[in-house]
Design a protein around this ligand. Sequence first.
Ligand SMILES: Cc1cc2nc3c(=O)[nH]c(=O)nc-3n(C[C@H](O)[C@H](O)[C@H](O)COP(=O)(O)O)c2cc1C
Length: 212
Amino acid sequence: MDIAQLRREYTKKKLSKKSVKKDVIDQFNNWLEEAIHANCLEPTAMVVSTISERNTPSSRVVLLKGVEDGGFIFYTNYASRKGTQLALNNGISALFFWPEVERQVNIEGAIVKCSPEQSDAYFKTRPWKSRIGAIISPQSQPIESRNVIKKAFVLEAAKHLGETVPRPEYWGGYRIIPTRIEFWQGRASRLHDRILYTKKADNTWQIVRLAP
Ligand SMILES: Cc1cc2nc3c(=O)[nH]c(=O)nc-3n(C[C@H](O)[C@H](O)[C@H](O)COP(=O)(O)O)c2cc1C
């Protein structure tokens, strides 16, 4: 198959400076709701990119678990590859792609850790097996085989039968505090709409249109 000839026209929606919300978080929440209602497969999935100590970027998908205090929350293992990179450099980007509505949102900013109380509160809402999984998985470390994880799961599960599973201190939330958010709406003939919000010194947001 000649993938260079795979093409799709984007014609579903439009975006303009006039149509967007003044507040960037209101604008994001609007689009997230529309993505959910459009039955996007994983509307809360975002590609987060971090920077290694050698200044190379690395990316992976995580799930957005809340938009609070002007920031975007996700949960992970603090000792994972992304976690160790974020400990050295708190810069991050998060990218949503919602093909069903021909949209992408690109967020840039810096990370802060959620409070232990907030991470505890979310951890408690996770399914029991996922909580056991979070405890036993040395996320991003090489392991000999799948069996290693399976055995560790069974051993750990036996310790917590009928009990609440405590959150390990190496697992918790991050909040992305945005400084730049771009909303991209696919349009016909590749003349897409791009509206960029940039945070100003007085904490208000400047809104400009970018060329496609
Ligand atoms: C749809 C989807 C959702 C995911 N959600 C999370 C998540 O919320 N937290 C997480 O730590 N990993 C999540 N993962 C796994 C990550 O993509 C990644 O493999 C893992 O966090 C390890 O990344 P790292 O080695 O770069 O730290 C998800 C993967 C997919 C495909």
